[in-house]
Design a protein around this ligand. Sequence first.
Ligand code: AMP
Ligand code: ZN
Ligand code: FE
Ligand code: FE
Length: 281
Amino acid sequence: MIDLHTHTTCSDGTDAPFALVKKALAAGITTLAITDHDSTAGWEEAVSAIQPQIELVLGAEISCLTTDGISVHMLGLLFDGKNSEMQQMLSDSRDTRVPRMRKMVELMSADGVNISLDDVYRATPEGATVGRPHLADALVANGVVATRDEAFLDLLNNESKYYVTHAAPTPVDAIEVIRKAGGVAVIAHPFASRRGQIITASTFTDLVAAGLNGIEVHHRDQSADEQSTLTAIAQELNLVITGSSDYHGTGKLNGLAENTTHQAQWEQLESLADARRVVKK
Ligand code: AMP
Ligand code: ZN
Ligand code: FE
Ligand code: FE
């Protein structure tokens, strides 16, 4: 079983990297990717947890904005973690999340919502990429909403008046940096229309020109129709098709390996990295 998209406490998941690998092992996953938002901070701890039955794909999910302001998530897998351009892109993104969070908190508290920046920091694990899920947790702690999910229904979704974007690379920039760092680029849940505005089918041509390798087709936020359109696009553009859970621990309903990637697709994707970087014991 191959699951190529999961989060840990190094971003907005609720399992530490070590615990995540152990859970994946218990769930029968044989190839696991760890893809925290804009961070590689969990890699080392995850590597320390592997056993011969499970191999690890180190990666990150990069938050991007198109020139039209549409939010896109790009999975970078198997890149060289020491690549300085890559690490710079990730740290720039983490840095701009701080003023963005301040702005969201200001907008909410000006409207009478019981929330402060300190509340958000208390809800954010040490060293984690701060994001809306931590703000959601702080709202839960303050009794404003009951769950993360409820916070995203109204206050925190992309269409909310409190939503603020952070500076981010374009998807084309992110793909180029991932590929230059030797990795492979897979666009995450590109047609997840319930999250907000999505890119059009024609956009994929530009992404392929930049070096895109694959499309995350099988993901719970994409309907059966959206998945079949994406399958057709992937076949036409000769892109790898992946499926994954986007597991966040108790922070989201997504269960480990609820969607998976076929072995042949994975082998093709892995062969496109510039070195053999899958971590095995
Ligand atoms: P940010 O990167 O700060 O804009 O936050 C985006 C994150 O919020 C993504 O990782 C999503 O997984 C997460 N998210 C979106 N909707 C929900 C939801 N309903 N419940 C929990 N987390 C969510
Ligand atoms: Zn997340
Ligand atoms: Fe995502
Ligand atoms: Fe994700």
